[in-house]
Design a binder for this molecule. Structure first.
Ligand code: GLV
Ligand code: GLV
Length: 324
């Protein structure tokens, strides 16, 4: 790590960023980019943030009181390159005097698209069929071969009707689905879907899709009891955060037929996946690809950079996270 002897602010990027984002950061400070093709360890993170005025983080970076102890009092912003920010101790960062920003909006469509990809791959057995073809096993078309479930006139239950939940609802409506959501009563009225209680959503939905943030209230929201409430024919899709679902309970529910199938993009202990899930044919497993398009990742990094530029120039952050 080079010692910065100038008065330019030190900006730390914990992973490499697209050039367009780095160029914006370099207009306001000296940028240190981690040379590693992996997340920094907690001690490396501590060393990296020491003396930093701004830190651009990934969802795999945990910024908590321990890491902040190494940060200087000059730290002004932690800009997360993700819409979710459960990896950041927002209160501790605020106490340190820095603002937290995330990247809402720019990844809504990409994440909603991936949600539909998992939904279709699961209900129409695309990934399972791919494994079958690659295995070289004999197969022939017949009227009962590898039948799946259609979406027309089926009910989608959206847990968390934010930008992404609404974008998923719009797509599902185009597939002929009826949509319900479990948003709080005081939330914005929603033309496409009907608000219902969580129990009713779980009991009546053919597909349940999770789009809420991970908080102490939503951790294991979908546990063994919730899975028992779902229809045996139902599918669960999670493109939000792994720990909203009790992964061990889900593996059990999928193997015993409590529910029919699942599509997961996120896991409780990424990049580890519960071993019980990896052996099941009725779950589609994606490696956290929700926002993974070239354009979306560039826009996320640029928004994170723009937040840094705004704060270092003394302006308000563009997409600040409110302190709970
Ligand atoms: C990705 O998971 C994000 O929160 O942006
Ligand atoms: C995504 O853009 C969200 O805020 O839900």
């Amino acid at each position: 790590m080079t010692i910065d002897n100038t008065l330019r602010p030190r900006i730390v990027a914990t992973r490499t960023l697209p050039d367009t984002a780095l160029a914006r950061l370099r207009t306001v400070g000296d940028v240190w980019v981690s040379p590693h093709d992996r997340p920094l360890s907690p001690s490396e993170l501590g060393r990296a943030v020491a003396g930093a005025t701004a830190v651009v983080t990934m969802l795999s970076d945990r910024i908590d009181a321990a890491v902040l102890a190494a940060a200087s009092s000059g730290l002004r912003i932690v800009a997360n390159t993700a819409v979710g920010y459960d990896n950041l101790d927002v209160r501790a960062i605020a106490r340190h005097g820095a603002v937290v920003t995330n990247t809402p909006g720019v990844l809504t469509d990409a994440t909603a698209d991936l949600t539909l990809a998992l939904l279709l791959a699961g209900t129409r057995r695309v990934a399972e069929g791919d494994r079958l073809v690659r295995s070289g096993a004999a197969w022939t078309w017949d009227v009962s071969f590898m039948l799946g479930t259609g979406l027309q006139d089926k009910r989608l239950g959206v847990i968390g009707m934010g930008h992404i939940g609404r974008a998923v609802a719009r797509r599902a409506a185009a597939f002929g689905m009826e949509i319900v959501n479990s948003s709080r009563r005081d939330s914005r009225p929603e033309a496409l879907s009907l608000p219902v209680g969580l129990d009713e959503l779980l009991e009546t939905s053919d597909v349940v899709s999770v789009h809420c943030p991970l908080t102490s209230q939503t951790r294991h929201l979908i546990d063994a009891v919730a899975l028992e409430h779902m229809k045996p024919s139902a599918f669960l899709i999670n493109t939000a955060r792994g720990a909203v679902v009790d992964e061990a309970a889900l593996a059990q529910a999928l193997s015993t037929g409590t529910i029919a199938g699942a599509g997961l993009d996120v896991y409780e202990n990424e990049p580890d996946v519960h071993p019980g899930l990896r052996t099941l044919d009725n779950v589609v497993l994606a490696p956290h690809l929700g926002s993974a398009t070239v354009g979306t990742r560039a826009r996320m990094a640029e928004l994170a950079a723009d937040n840094v530029v705004a704060v270092l120039c003394g302006r308000d952050a563009i997409t600040p996270v409110s302190v709970p």
